[in-house]
Design a binder for this molecule. Structure first.
Ligand SMILES: [Mn+2]
Length: 428
């Protein structure tokens, strides 16, 4: 990932917001993500821990952030520990941050090298009572691999068993959900890059192109603007429309088929998330258009439904209700089937089986808890769909939307979504 600079004020502000929620004599410790190995001497690219980045703006591996707002020595209240650069490291791995650069990026004045961590940490632990440690609490996270934070939790609790331990995520996730103006601008820039990709692809697609070529068009547009895919793109033509997480992206697009594009650009550390379903030959068939317009109506209704006070679960059940009605109008379900639905056995799930909104920001599926209620400043996706296996196609539409005090701001409002707009772009 290419580093897009943010003002250090963003991270300073984030630390202040967290500090206000901490009880007296607290210490919080956050670790970088590991660089994951592949085979032989290979490794994957480094993806920074989003919580550490949120509080420091630091991209580098093996970094540790320590926050102890009540430390007796005022210089110890915010400390960043980094790998010490040396000539060998620079030759093999490239440039590592100097202390001055780390201060510029983070606003943290006290930057130390990693070898100084144990002694300073011990001193602070002896002063503090409450320890806040970082965990990944996304409900669908299922990695068997232990993170650096998880290893640290074990070491820390073994070394200091009588401290009072708490989960930092409980405090941090509600903060991360409410985006600052810096963050909204960053997400908006990612959305704008997604727009460039969509426009390019709509002009490119025609019968016979391969899904892989379509993916490459997006990649070209994203990478030349210093962005990347925010997540593995789904480029799914024909019946693959109905496979929710299809990502083999290697079939030829056939005349008469629909092509589902679930693709978002990431820029700096921020993500965007979009889905469009376009006709391979540039014109929707009558039936495709019927389904498309139904999904677009649901989309419009669900954007308007993004109001403070609701949970994403509330949004999902509202969406299920209106999707069920549209499925009746499309002849997919009968009124009786809809009426006989029970919460555990919704008829509409045959055609719409996923959630309609998730928060987005540093992560595509951003840090959240199900019980959190939407507040102004949240950025969420809106992504209804109708998937008709028996007719061999599905339609999903998705934009990234900001919730404001008095409504919603669709950050992708300028990306074509009406069927006619898509057709005219494809035929231009
Ligand atoms: Mn999404």
């Amino acid at each position: 990932m290419k580093n897009i600079p943010f003002p250090s004020a963003l991270f300073q502000q984030n630390r202040e917001r967290l500090t206000k929620k901490l009880p007296p004599r607290s210490i919080s410790i956050l670790n970088s993500n590991d660089i994951m190995p592949t085979n032989a001497d290979g490794s994957m690219g480094h993806i920074q821990n989003a919580d550490l980045f949120y509080l420091s703006g630091i991209h580098q591996e093996e970094s540790i952030l320590v926050l102890a707002p009540d430390a007796v020595d005022p210089t110890q209240r915010e400390i960043l520990f980094l790998r010490e650069p040396n000539e060998l490291l620079t030759i093999w791995e490239g440039y590592k941050l100097t202390k001055e650069q780390a201060t510029d990026a983070s606003g943290i004045k006290n930057v130390k090298w990693l070898h100084e961590f144990p002694a300073i940490f011990r001193m602070l632990m002896c002063e503090m009572d409450h320890v806040f440690l970082n965990t990944n609490e996304h409900q669908r996270s299922s990695s068997p691999v232990q993170t650096r934070d998880a290893r640290f939790i074990q070491e820390c609790q073994r070394e200091y068993p009588l401290h009072h331990y708490s989960r930092l995520s409980k405090l941090l996730y509600p903060l991360r959900a409410v985006k600052s103006s810096f963050e909204v601008d960053a997400i908006r820039a990612a959305c704008d890059l997604t727009r460039k990709g969509v426009e390019r692809v709509c002009r490119f697609v025609q019968p016979g192109v391969n899904e892989a070529e379509v993916e490459a068009e997006f990649a070209h547009e994203f990478i030349r603007h210093k962005g990347q895919f925010a997540y593995s793109p789904i480029i799914a033509s024909g019946i693959n429309n109905c496979i929710l997480h299809y990502n083999s992206n290697d079939l030829n697009c056939k005349d008469g088929d629909l092509l589902l594009l679930d693709v978002g650009a990431g820029l700096g550390n921020y993500a965007s998330d979009l889905t469009r379903t376009i006709p391979v030959n540039g014109r929707y068939s009558q039936r495709q258009r019927q389904v498309y317009d139904a999904v677009l109506r649901i989309f419009r209704a669900q954007v308007a439904a993004l109001v403070p006070g609701k949970t994403t679960k509330d949004l999902r059940s509202e969406c299920e209700q209106i999707t069920a009605k549209e499925c009746v109008d499309l002849g997919l379900l009968t009124m009786d089937q809809v009426k006989q639905s029970t919460p555990d056995n919704l008829a509409v799930k045959k055609y719409f089986m996923h959630g309609v909104s998730h928060p987005i920001g540093l992560d595509v599926h951003d840090a959240t808890y199900n019980h959190l209620k939407i507040e102004p400043g949240w950025v969420l996706t809106v992504e209804p769909g109708i998937y008709i296996q028996e007719e061999g196609f599905g339609v999903r539409l998705e934009n990234t939307v900001l919730v404001t005090e008095n409504g919603q701001l669709d950050l992708m409002a300028d990306i074509p979504i009406e069927a006619e707009e898509i057709e005219s772009l494809m035929n231009s």
